[in-house]
Design a protein around this ligand. Structure first.
Ligand SMILES: Nc1nc2c(ncn2[C@@H]2O[C@H](COP(=O)(O)OP(=O)(O)OP(=O)(O)O)[C@@H](O)[C@H]2O)c(=O)[nH]1
Ligand SMILES: [Mg+2]
Length: 706
C-alpha cells in the first residue's frame, strides 16, 4: 500500500466557511465565528481521502481577491503565490459562498488562472436556497473547468463527496485547468514572457503578480532588478493592469451567472437579517441595545457565576479541612494546604466566570452581532484615531489579550492596527478577575441599590470601564505621537445573523477553562514553590542571628501564651529577612506612596510573569508567616502594618486594583506584540507607558482617597 500525502491549501473569501470545513475534514477545533477575519494565521490538520491517499490541509485567512491589503490577507497570498517559506501546496480547496456567488467567483477565477489544481467546495447552499437562488452546478463546473461540490460543513453534509473529488484530482496528478479564465497574456505580453524566462513554471497570471508584487517576494537582488527592468522596458502599469483584469473577470462572471444561476429579484424578499438590522443598527435604538448588551454581558458574569463559585469554594475548604486532619504537622503539609491548595483554589474559583465570559463572547461572534458592534462604534473609535474594527480585538481582550492582539491583523490601516495592539491589553482580561474579586470582597461592602444593583458589581464594572476609557484616551494621544501616514477606511462586510452553534460555544467554554486551569495552574505551582523557597530561606548570617535571638527569648518566656506571641514575631521577622522579604523591602519605598506594603510588593513582583499569580503569592506569603488554618481571605482581612493599622483598606484596595487594570503584567502579551509588530520597540513602549500610567493613577487614587 503506497501511502501518499498531499498538501492542500484551503482558501476563499472571508466568512465563507473555510474553517468550518477545515474542522469537518480534520476533526480539529479551530476557531469559527460569524464575521470576516476570524482566522488570521495558517493552521494545518490531517485528513484521510482514500485508504492510500491522505491530505495535509492548511486553513488560511480569508481574502476577497488576490490583491492583498491586510496582514492576514498577505498570509494567504504568499502561500498562493508559492513564496511562503514553509508551505507549498500542490492543490487548492477553494471555498465559495453560494449565497454571494458573484464575488466569490472573482477570487475563484484568479486561483484558476494561477494554474494550481482546484476543487471548489460550495458552502451556504442552504442560505442560497432560502434566498431563492438556484445554481446549475454541472453547468458551472463546465464553465470553470474544475470540480464543484456543494457542502454544508455546519451539518457535515457533502464531506465524503468532497473527499472523493479531492482524491480524484490528486490521482490524476493534479491537473490544472487548460485555459485561462480571461486572456491574461494580453495585459502585458512581453513583460509576462520576460518573467516566464526567469521562472519557467509560472502561469501568465502568476507572472503578472510577480511584476506587481515582486518587492514582497523572497527573490535575489539580481532577480528583483531584472523584473524592475522588465517593467520599465515594457511600460508596465500595475494599477491599470489590475483594474482591467477585474473588469474582464466580472464581465465573464456575469455571463456565466446569467446562464447557470437563477437569482430572484432582490427587492422581492426582505431577509430576516435586514429586518433585524433595521432595529439593531438604528440611529437611536441600535446604540441603546448595544449599551444594554454590554451591561448585561458584564453583569451576567457575576450573576450566573455566583452559585458555582460558592460551590467550588466550599469544596476546597472541605478538602483543606480534611487534609489538615490527616496530615502530620510539618513544613511540607503547611506548604501543601496553605500554599499550593490555597493558590489553586484561588484559580479554580474563577473557572465559572471565565467560562461564562468566553461563552458570551463566542455567542456575540457566532450570531454576527460582534460585527454590528464594530459598525456602530466606528464613529467613536474614529474620533480617537482607532477604527470600528478595533472593537473586536478590544472586546476579545476582556477574555485574553494574546489572541485578541492577533485579531487586529484584519485592520487595513497600519497605524490603526498598531494603536489597537498597543491599547488592547488595557482591557481587563480574565486574569485580573481573581485580583479584583478578592480585593472587592475584602473592602467593598456587600450592599444593594434598588434591590438589584450590587455595589460590589458596580465597582467591578467601574474597573472594566476604567480600562476602556484609558484605552480611548491613550489612543487619542498616540495618534499624535505615532507618525505614519496612510489612508484610513472602514470596510466591513456585515454577515447575516445566524443561530449560534451551541456545540461550538460549549467546546470553546470547556477549552478555555482547560487552558486557564492548566496554564495558570502550572505557573502558580512553579511560582508558589519558588516563592515559598525564597520566603523561607534568606542570607545565612541574618537567619542565624534571628534564630539565636528568639531561642534566648523563648527560653525566658514564662507562659505558653507569651511563647506563642514570640513564635509569631519570630516567623514574621524571618519572612522579612528572607530573600523574598528583602526584595519586597527594597521596593517598598517606591510603592509606599501607592499604599502598598512590602508583601504586596512581592506580589507585584511575581505578577509581572502573569497576573493570576497574585492570589497564589498572597497565599504563600501569608502561610509562611503564620500557620493558622484560616482562609486566605481571613488572613488578608486581619493583616496589619507595622503601626497596627489594617493593610487592606478601601484606598489601598482601590489603588491596587487600578494598578492591576493599567499595568503591563503579562509576558505572553509582550511576546505576541513583539511577534505581531516584528520589533522590540513596541512591546518596550507598551510596557513603559502602561506601567507608568498604572503608577501615576494608583498614586493619585491612594493620595486622594486616604
Ligand atoms: N448556513 C450555513 N452556515 C455556514 C455554512 N458553513 C459555515 N457556516 C457558518 O458561517 C460562519 C463563518 O464560518 P467560518 O468557518 O468561521 O468562516 P471562515 O471562512 O473560516 O472565515 P474567516 O476565517 O473569517 O475568513 C460561521 O458562523 C459558520 O457556522 C453553511 O454551509 N451554511
Ligand atoms: Mg476561518
Amino acid at each position: 500500500m503506497t501511502e501518499k500525502n498531499i498538501h492542500i491549501a484551503l482558501v476563499g473569501n472571508p466568512n465563507s466557511g473555510k474553517t468550518s470545513l477545515f474542522n469537518a475534514l480534520t476533526g480539529l477545533n479551530q476557531k469559527v465565528g460569524n464575521f470576516p477575519g476570524v482566522t488570521v494565521d495558517k493552521k494545518t490538520g490531517q485528513t484521510g481521502l482514500t485508504s492510500t491517499v491522505s491530505a495535509n490541509i492548511i486553513d488560511l485567512p480569508g481574502t476577497y481577491s488576490l490583491y492583498p491589503r491586510r496582514a492576514d490577507e498577505w498570509v494567504a497570498y504568499r502561500v498562493m503565490m508559492g513564496v511562503d517559506e514553509d508551505i507549498a501546496p500542490e492543490m487548492v480547496l477553494l471555498v465559495a459562498d453560494a449565497s454571494n456567488l458573484k464575488r466569490n467567483l472573482l477570487f475563484c477565477s484568479q486561483i484558476i488562472d494561477l494554474k494550481i489544481p482546484v476543487v471548489v467546495a460550495l458552502t451556504m447552499m442552504d442560505l442560497a436556497n432560502k434566498k431563492g437562488i438556484e445554481i446549475d452546478v454541472p453547468g458551472l463546473e463546465r464553465e470553470l473547468g474544475v470540480p464543484i461540490i456543494p457542502v454544508n460543513p455546519r451539518k457535515n453534509k457533502g464531506i465524503s463527496e468532497l473527499k472523493k473529488a479531492l482524491a480524484q484530482t490528486a490521482q490524476q496528478q493534479y491537473q490544472a485547468s487548460q485555459w485561462d479564465f480571461i486572456p491574461n497574456k494580453d495585459a502585458a505580453p512581453a513583460a509576462i514572457e520576460g518573467v516566464q524566462q526567469m521562472f519557467p513554471s509560472l502561469s501568465n497570471y502568476a507572472s503578472i503578480h510577480y511584476l506587481i508584487n515582486h518587492e514582497n517576494f523572497p527573490l535575489t537582488p539580481q532577480q528583483q532588478e531584472n523584473i524592475e527592468q522588465l517593467e520599465k522596458d515594457n511600460n508596465f502599469n500595475p494599477t491599470k493592469t489590475q483594474a482591467e483584469e477585474i473588469m474582464h473577470r466580472f464581465n465573464r462572471i456575469r455571463q456565466i451567472m446569467q446562464q447557470n444561476v437563477v437569482e430572484p429579484d432582490p427587492l422581492q424578499k426582505k431577509l430576516f437579517t435586514e429586518k433585524l438590522d433595521n432595529i439593531l443598527l438604528h440611529r437611536f435604538w441600535g446604540y441603546l441595545i448595544l449599551l444594554a448588551t454590554l451591561f448585561l454581558l458584564f453583569q451576567s458574569i457575576f450573576w450566573l457565576a455566583q452559585f458555582p463559585m460558592d460551590g467550588i469554594e466550599w469544596s476546597f475548604s472541605a478538602i483543606e479541612g480534611w487534609l489538615n486532619g490527616i496530615l502530620p504537622q510539618a513544613w511540607w503539609s503547611d506548604l501543601l494546604t496553605n500554599g499550593l491548595l490555597a493558590g489553586l483554589s484561588g484559580i479554580l474559583v474563577f473557572v465559572p466566570q471565565i467560562m461564562i465570559l468566553f461563552g458570551l463572547i463566542t455567542i456575540l461572534e457566532d450570531t454576527g452581532y460582534m460585527a454590528r458592534i464594530s459598525f456602530l462604534s466606528d464613529k467613536l473609535m474614529r474620533k480617537v484615531g482607532l477604527n470600528g474594527k478595533s472593537v473586536m480585538p478590544m472586546i476579545s481582550g476582556f477574555a485574553c489579550a494574546v489572541p485578541a492582539i492577533m485579531t487586529a491583523r484584519n485592520i487595513e490601516n497600519k497605524k490603526e492596527r498598531l494603536m489597537t495592539i498597543l491599547v488592547t491589553p488595557l482591557m481587563s482580561c480574565s486574569a485580573r478577575l481573581p485580583v479584583f474579586t478578592i480585593l472587592i470582597s475584602l473592602t467593598v461592602p456587600n450592599k444593594y441599590y434598588l434591590g438589584f444593583l450590587s455595589l460590589q458589581g458596580l465597582v467591578m464594572m467601574a474597573l472594566y470601564l476604567l480600562g476602556v476609557v484609558m484605552a480611548l484616551i491613550v489612543s487619542y494621544v498616540l495618534r499624535f505621537v505615532i507618525k505614519m501616514k496612510e489612508k484610513s477606511f472602514f470596510i466591513l462586510e456585515l454577515p447575516i445573523y445566524r443561530a449560534p452553534r451551541w456545540k461550538n460555544v460549549g467546546i470553546t467554554m470547556i477549552e478555555k477553562a482547560k487552558i486557564f486551569v492548566v496554564d495558570a495552574g502550572r505557573v502558580i505551582i512553579v511560582i508558589s514553590l519558588l516563592l515559598w523557597f525564597l520566603s523561607t530561606y534568606g542570607p545565612a548570617d541574618r537567619m542565624k542571628k534571628i534564630d539565636e535571638k528568639y531561642a534566648v527569648l523563648t527560653e525566658k518566656a514564662p507562659t505558653q501564651e507569651e511563647k506563642d506571641v514570640l513564635q509569631k514575631q519570630f516567623n514574621s521577622e524571618k519572612l522579612q529577612n528572607s530573600f523574598a522579604g528583602i526584595v519586597g523591602k527594597t521596593i517598598e519605598p517606591a510603592i509606599a506612596p501607592l499604599g502598598f506594603d512590602w508583601k504586596i510588593g512581592i506580589a507585584l513582583f511575581t505578577s509581572f510573569a502573569a497576573r493570576e499569580v497574585f492570589v497564589g503569592t498572597m497565599a504563600t506569603i501569608y502561610s509562611v508567616e503564620e500557620s493558622d488554618d484560616s482562609s486566605l481571605r481571613k488572613k488578608m482581612e486581619s493583616a496589619v502594618r507595622e503601626d497596627g493599622t489594617k493593610v487592606y483598606t478601601l484606598p489601598t484596595a482601590l489603588s491596587l486594583m487600578v494598578f492591576y487594570v493599567l499595568a503591563m503584567q503579562c509576558m505572553s502579551t509582550l511576546a505576541v506584540v513583539k511577534r505581531e509588530t516584528r520589533s522590540w520597540k513596541w512591546p518596550v513602549i507598551q510596557f513603559v507607558y502602561m506601567t507608568g500610567l498604572a503608577y501615576l493613577m494608583s498614586f493619585a487614587v491612594y493620595q486622594l482617597w486616604k
